[in-house]
Design a protein around this ligand. Structure first.
Ligand code: PGA
Length: 259
């Protein structure tokens, strides 16, 4: 399966900075890499980024995603953005259940599952994030936590679960410069793959991304792990050279798989 490198810009960017970042990405993507690429950008900039795709042929292969989506379809939900709207704009993905949404906006497992369903129903691929906090890891609860988070999404989405992208993001590794070791990450990814296997016969095709301080240096070994199918990249997706270096690591990996 092709790796997916998805940037998560979080609440960063300006019209000018986005233009510069995407132009630099376009230049760096003159040769099509053997991986899939996406950028998940703040909602106000989705249209800008989608427009830039039409202007730069090299951005053709860069899919665009939102960082959140409403569980509702339309109506009196001030401030919300629906999956229908994202689809209408031309988005491919929406991150759901990022730990920053769970932590700062009180998103529960059930709400995350409903958001994933709203996305799937409208043809948007949800990038569902799961991951344990440092306290949970230290208490030996990592597997229990990620399994509980994924179980809620499986429960609500049934056999459609094979349509999601899953992202394992240990909370203690996000934006901290601390990465899970490739073995630590692989162990959790294998647990998640086994859980998907019990839920769908198409478990092998579900991409499971790793996220949490992924950078050009650690991407190579992380992406070599059997159950790591790509990366959800925060900080390093804001600098074209860093993001391109991670894409290059995924490309190399894709070449090795082919041969
Ligand atoms: P980071 O963020 O790469 O900056 O750690 C990843 C994420 O939160 O998706």
């Amino acid at each position: 399966m092709k790796k997916l490198i998805a940037g998560n810009w979080k609440m960063n960017g300006t019209l000018a900075a986005n233009e510069a970042l995407l132009s630099a990405l376009a230049q760096g993507l003159a040769v099509k890499p053997a991986c899939e690429i996406a950028v998940c950008v703040p909602a106000p900039y989705l249209a800008q980024v989608l427009n830039m795709k039409t202007e730069h042929a090299n951005l053709d292969m860069v899919e665009v995603g939102a960082q959140d989506v409403s569980k509702q379809t339309s109506g009196a939900f001030t401030g919300e953005v629906s999956a229908v709207m994202l689809k209408d704009l031309g988005c491919r993905y929406a991150i759901v259940g990022h730990s920053e949404r769970r932590q700062y906006h009180g998103e529960t497992d059930v709400l995350v599952a409903d958001k994933a369903r709203a996305a799937l129903v409208s043809g948007i691929t949800p990038i569902v994030c799961v991951g344990e906090t440092l306290a949970e890891r230290e208490a030996g609860l990592t597997e229990e936590v990620v399994k509980r988070q994924l179980a809620a999404v499986i429960h609500v989405n049934g056999h459609c679960i094979s349509e999601i992208v899953l992202a394992y993001e240990p909370v203690w590794a996000i934006g901290t410069g601390k990465t899970a070791s490739p073995q630590e990450a692989q162990t959790v990814h294998a647990v998640l793959r086994a859980q998907l296997k019990a839920a769908t016969e198409h478990f092998a095709g579900v991409k499971i991304l790793y996220g949490g301080s992924m950078n050009a240096a650690n991407a190579v070994t992380l992406l070599m792990q059997a159950d790591i199918d790509g990366g959800l990249v925060g900080g390093a997706s804001l600098k074209a050279t860093d993001f391109l270096a991670i894409i290059a690591a995924a490309h190399e990996n894709g070449q090795i798989q082919k041969n």
